[in-house]
Write a protein that binds this ligand. Structure first.
Ligand SMILES: [Zn+2]
Length: 262
């Protein structure tokens, strides 16, 4: 059963050893992560399914990481201290691949070192879940509808597996919100973020699926397809949407949302 689901951002600066004196610029996001950490801990999941926008991708296929163990560090960002390790729920990941393959191309990858899009949420959300297993999934270049459907099929496998599963989608919204944004400025960045926030608040999942592809492209985001997979997973469940934070101190939209399963 699905016991927890959330959409989260992945600024490496949120990691204390990376962010250091910049950490307080992300205080809303970090507080929201701490709230989620309480929620996931009390949900007692056996496994986290993590859909990250920076996991190793295949253009024409979804991908499930089948490395036996996972490591998380932030060496690329100058942090030589933080090191986490997780067991892959490898059999469960394989079952997901098998079932989804009836509908879409699904590849297996074998990346022991997880991407920072997986690393940031795992850092915050597993602080009191030392034995949690992880399934790492990457999205593809297939259509928005396919991503949503992919999530629906993952749910089928979760229901078959009879375990307590947390589903987390990791992605940032527009990277073009301010004049000093790393990807440059576009007025459509704000438009994209506001449309996502509004559609989620109003539970208009169709509006997220059918967002204008030109707008999505122009926004310079990395979270849309991860979010679509998550919305597919929780589709048909009774959930309450709770936005915990939204901020963009570096010109990138960071949204933290809990979809509380009732
Ligand atoms: Zn990203």
């Amino acid at each position: 059963m699905i016991v927890f689901s959330a959409f989260v951002p992945h600024p490496p600066i949120a990691i204390p050893e990376v962010g250091k004196e910049n950490l307080d610029k992300l205080s809303d996001t970090i507080k929201a992560y701490q709230t989620l950490e309480h929620e996931i801990y009390s949900a007692k999941p056996d496994t986290i399914i993590l859909i990250s926008s920076h996991a190793e991708q295949r253009e024409e296929a979804f991908a499930v990481n089948q490395a036996p163990d996972f490591k998380v560090n932030f060496k690329k960002f100058g942090d030589l201290v933080t090191n986490l390790q997780f067991k892959n729920d490898i059999g469960f990941g394989y079952q997901i691949k098998e079932l989804c393959e009836d509908y879409f191309p699904v590849m297996m990858t074998a990346q022991e070192e997880l991407d920072y899009g997986s690393g940031v949420p795992l850092f915050y959300l597993t602080q009191h879940l030392p034995n949690i297993k992880v399934v790492s999934i990457a999205y593809s270049n297939l259509s928005s509808e396919d991503h949503f459907k992919f999530g629906q099929i993952i749910r089928k496998q979760i229901n078959l597996a009879g375990k307590r599963v947390a589903v987390i989608a990791s992605g940032d919204l527009s990277h073009k919100l301010h004049k000093d944004s790393p990807a440059g400025y576009s007025a459509r960045g704000q438009e994209f973020d506001q449309k996502i926030i509004k559609a989620l608040a109003e539970k208009k999942v169709d509006d997220v699926i059918h967002l204008d592809p030109e707008l999505v492209k122009e926004a310079g985001e990395c979270g849309h397809r991860a979010l679509l997979v998550l919305l597919g997973v929780i589709d048909e469940l009774n959930y309450e949407h709770r936005q915990l934070s939204y901020q963009s101190p570096f010109g990138i939209g960071y949204l933290v949302t809990n979809f509380e399963i009732k």
